[in-house]
Design a protein around this ligand. Structure first.
Ligand SMILES: O=C(COP(=O)(O)O)[C@H](O)[C@H](O)COP(=O)(O)O
Length: 343
């Protein structure tokens, strides 16, 4: 951490950071895309005379975005991709490498989501009923591809307290023509008997194949396993958490109690603690497959692909390290063209 004052940041960085923190912009892939866009806007706007001050401002923008929410690793992976490609001897060169990288990143996100959708759709059969939790654009990509293949899919959608992202899922499934039954979270086990496949997304995937996703995913996975219902996780490789390769654990975001209970309700209850963890960890043994753009994997095997993508360590190019450019390694996507395929 630098002790000097942070440079002024472009309004789109401030706005994007606020939107991520307040969850106006939410969901791991969407957060990653917004962060890359904000870095590009910042690069275009930097009023820097020299490459050093350009680099300083870009890294400060990276830190501002990085500090918004801790769990979805797609955010640091996005910063890694864009800032890791910042190269050049002059300000225009630096600007152009950042804006090009941001555009490439956005394209890769879209392509990856489409590719994993096709792969995930193969797991769904005509007439299947799925159960969803939270709102995942990667998970919905699988359903969309299945519907486009002409399969009839229906859905039981968990409401997903406290923020009710299930409503977004329900709306998007209805737009695809998928019949939807919306249920409260605690009804999930009762309805699992009617379900052929649980389909969820991920905020982060650890090297051991554990999946970090919206709170309630792990309980759903345990219940699904008990009921014999397969559970697939749809997640682009930007959800792979490189720090877990070296034994780090993923920080679980704790959010405000106001999301769970109003001030008046709380006052009535007297002296107690309200906790609001946003995510949980599902161990790999409860999961059937992780579907990525590079193929579908048994959870325990993702470590091989992660090593290919990141090596053994991941760069943190938003940190103040001197010099104008970032170091170019440890980037989700760098090796994905040659990524190992499985099953
Ligand atoms: O848990 C959530 C969103 O949590 P929140 O609403 O707290 O951000 C989603 O399942 C993943 O982010 C995957 O989403 P996607 O597949 O769109 O990346």
């Amino acid at each position: 951490m630098t002790t000097t004052a942070e440079p002024d940041l472009h309004e789109s960085v401030e706005e994007t950071a606020d939107a991520i923190a307040t969850m106006e912009t939410r969901g791991a892939a969407t957060i990653a895309a917004a962060a890359a866009d904000a870095l590009a806007a910042q690069a275009r706007a930097v009023d820097a005379d020299d490459p050093e001050s350009f680099g300083r401002t870009m890294r400060a923008a990276g830190r501002r975005l990085y500090g918004t929410r801790p769990t979805a690793v797609s955010l640091p992976n996005s910063l890694r991709y864009v800032l890791g490609r910042m190269e050049g001897e002059t300000v225009p060169e630096l600007e152009s490498t950042v804006t090009t990288a941001a555009a490439d990143f956005a394209e890769r996100l879209d392509t990856a989501q489409e590719q994993l959708g096709e792969i995930g759709a193969n797991r769904l059969r005509d007439g299947d009923t799925i159960m969803t939790h939270c709102h995942s654009t990667d998970a919905l990509s699988c359903v969309r591809a299945a519907v486009e293949q002409g399969k009839e899919i229906s859905a039981i959608v968990k409401e997903t307290r406290p923020r009710r992202q299930g409503h977004i899922t329900a709306r998007e499934l209805r737009e695809m023509g998928v019949p939807v039954v919306l249920i409260v979270d605690s009804a999930a086990r009762r309805y699992l008997d009617e379900v052929d496949h649980v389909v969820v997304g991920a905020d982060a995937i650890a090297a051991d194949g554990s999946v970090i996703n919206k709170i309630g995913t792990s309980g759903l996975a345990v219940n699904a396993r008990e009921r014999g219902v397969p559970i697939m996780v749809a997640a682009q490789t930007i959800k792979f958490h490189p720090d877990t390769l070296t034994g780090h654990t993923v920080e679980i975001e704790m959010r405000e109690e106001a999301e769970v209970i109003s001030a008046d309700e709380r006052a009535e209850l007297g002296d107690l603690t309200v906790e609001n963890p946003a995510f949980d960890v599902t161990p790999p043994r409860y999961l059937d497959a992780i579907v990525t753009e590079s193929g579908q994997f048994p959870p325990e095997s993702v470590v091989t692909l992660m090593r290919e993508l990141f090596g053994e360590s991941a760069a943190r190019p938003w940190e103040e390290s001197g010099g104008s450019g970032g170091s170019r390694h440890g980037l989700a996507g760098d090796g994905s063209e040659g990524g190992a395929k499985s099953s």
